[in-house]
Write a protein that binds this ligand. Sequence first.
Ligand SMILES: [Zn+2]
Length: 155
Amino acid sequence: MPMNDASQSDVIAADMMPADVSTFTAIRRGLARRCPRCGEGKVLSGYLAREPECKSCQLDLTPISADDGPAWATLLVVGHVVAPLLILFGRDERIPIWLAILALSAIMLVGVWWCLPRAKGLFIALIWSTGATGEDVSPQVLKQDSDSHNRPDGA
Ligand SMILES: [Zn+2]
């Protein structure tokens, strides 16, 4: 039986309710790549693919899309590690350029490999905790004035 828009929104809203989970707890669970609601099920299958739902508490994860957030956070963290080392290695004439490039590339690759899935778990947890899915779960009914039809000039 097809659901109308209001009942579908209610289902999404009920799934998005953080219940008794604090934002700090959700963040901690997200960094561990676990379900922000129960802390048991995984939110990622493989390296970065989001699970459709938590296998432990059946939390629907499909409305949650982290988009570019995890990549942004990963570059923010890894960039702040690599940039000072780049300057340090660039100024030290005892370090051969090939060694500096090799070391910085290795640090950057390992840093991104380690940070990216944790950042994705973090963003999924934050989106769930705040309900910021981009879905309109509580539609605002536009107050219609039958005389003005909401025209700013009241005509
Ligand atoms: Zn769960």
